[in-house]
Design a protein around this ligand. Structure first.
Ligand SMILES: [Zn+2]
Length: 469
């Protein structure tokens, strides 16, 4: 612990509980964080730090639990307007009857509204960085998301097989392998050179069933060329597992291994339906995995029932956390932590599995490693950027406050996030965004819904079962 050299321009002081998630996993009482030019200069005891950094602008952490900004490793920013359109659907129906038609109906302006709304909800719940698996209007996503102050890893979504065992893609989403690769590279080339320190890129294919080997290999080559992640959904339901066996004679992770694309720069989302040899492959190749609890719980995909994430973590595999999409309801990493920890306890009938510290690691430092951004984010320690979340404990869910990690994971929700900083900039103040007029944004939502709804069988999709008069 050090009071730090040089003078801070911001001192967050009198913090009741500071949960650092640093290498020693220290929790400090009566703590302070000194920040200079957006970067953490030092952490330490408040009284000492106040003397060392006298003159810095002060911000009170009294009554607060402070954590690192959460890293949501899987969130579709274009799906934010789909709440209520994809309930009670199995994997095939969710994708081919609901979400792909929804996605194909969106114009760039709708995606901008959706992405702004998604980033707003993420920030309000303490997420300071997220990875987007991509859509067909990535520029609109970047415009909407960057306006809020959050960090983002953007990509363009890719498919090149029109038909799979699961269904046929909407016409607007159909493209050749060459088109998909060229469009993906455009995003990597444009934003790889960006001067915006909060924006990075990834290469992405949306799943294995509608992706050819040529597309997967081409995207891997692009990821290597631009030094980015390669991400995909995989193994998220019985149907994706079974259709891979039917079409390729191999399970999904086996196919990726056969193609030689799995390494530490790969991000695999879900990974619930794994055969024993696939567990061995993932343990050997050290890809990062993303647990996405709410989408599996909402749609009954079986990722917890079949999942091996506790075993994979014990084998040294990095497992992060993702909220996936608003189609499943919550976009709240605090609730996702609870779901990940408690659901594994339940399906294994084992209370020792997944303690709350593991949930918090998945949501912070593991996510930073998965994003390959852990040199700057994921924990509160000198040298990293000041991405801070401040939970107000003057609320019932934080009483009594004996073990703050327990309260955070088992009792709280993201609704008790009062202040959020990204690189030392306050982007949430007293529960509201500082850069965005939230009420103006909410007024844009029904207009966007009215635009895309005209192109969809909306009454069939929303399944409102009770009479409305
Ligand atoms: Zn997803």
């Amino acid at each position: 612990m050090s009071a730090g050299d040089g003078h801070a321009d911001l001192l967050v002081r009198d913090i009741d509980w500071l949960i650092t998630v640093d290498p020693g996993r220290r929790i400090l009482r009566d703590a302070a964080i000194a920040v200079k030019d957006g970067r953490i200069l030092a952490i330490g005891k408040s009284a000492e730090m106040a003397t060392t950094h006298a003159g810095a602008k002060e911000f009170s952490g009294r009554g607060m639990v402070v954590t690192p900004g959460f890293v949501d490793c899987h969130l579709h920013s274009s799906f934010q307007l789909s709440r209520g359109l994809a309930d009670e659907a199995n994997a095939q129906s969710f994708l081919f009857d609901r979400m792909y038609p929804y996605e194909a109906a969106l114009e760039a302006e709708d995606v901008r509204v959706s992405a702004t709304l998604a980033a707003s909800e993420l920030l309000r719940h303490g997420v300071t960085c997220f990875i987007d698996p991509g859509n067909y209007h990535p520029e609109a996503s970047v415009e909407g998301v960057m306006a809020t102050g959050i960090r983002m890893l953007v990509s363009r979504s890719s498919f090149d097989l029109t038909k799979s065992v699961l269904g046929i893609l909407p016409e607007r989403m159909i493209e050749t392998t060459a088109q998909a690769l060229e469009r993906a590279e455009n995003v990597l080339a444009q934003h790889g050179k960006t001067k915006n320190p909060r924006l990075r890129t990834t290469a992405s294919f949306r799943g294995l069933n509608n992706a050819s080997d040529e597309l997967i290999l081409g995207l891997k080559a692009l990821a290597d060329k631009y030094g980015t992640l390669l991400q995909t959904h995989a193994c998220f339901s019985y149907s994706t597992h079974d259709s891979s066996l039917a079409r390729c004679g191999m399970a999904e992770i086996e196919r990726l291994e056969h193609l030689g694309v799995i390494d530490e720069r790969m991000l695999i989302v879900h990974s619930g339906w794994l055969e024993p040899q696939e567990v061995a492959i993932l343990a050997k190749r050290k890809a990062s995995l993303v647990c996405a609890p709410s989408s599996s719980l909402h749609n009954g995909y079986g990722n917890f029932l079949m999942g091996k994430l506790p075993e994979l973590m014990a084998l040294g595999v990095n497992v992060a956390l993702g909220s996936d999409h608003a189609s499943s309801g919550i976009v709240d990493m605090v609730q996702e932590m609870r779901s990940a920890c408690c659901t594994y306890k339940e399906v294994r009938a084992n209370p020792r599995l997944m303690p709350p510290e593991t949930g918090l690691e998945m949501a912070t430092i593991n996510g930073a490693h998965a994003a390959h951004w852990a040199d700057r984010i994921g924990s509160i320690e000198a040298g990293k950027d000041a991405d801070l979340v401040m939970f107000d404990t003057a609320r019932p869910e934080w009483q009594p406050l004996i073990n703050p990690v327990s309260n955070l994971v088992y009792s709280a929700t993201g609704d008790s996030v009062r202040h959020v900083f990204v690189a030392g900039e306050q982007v949430v103040r007293d529960y509201r965004l500082t850069r965005i007029d939230e009420n103006a944004l909410y007024r844009e939502v029904p207009q966007a819904v009215a635009r895309f709804s005209k192109k969809l069988p909306i009454d069939k999709m929303n399944q409102l079962r009770w009479p409305v008069s």
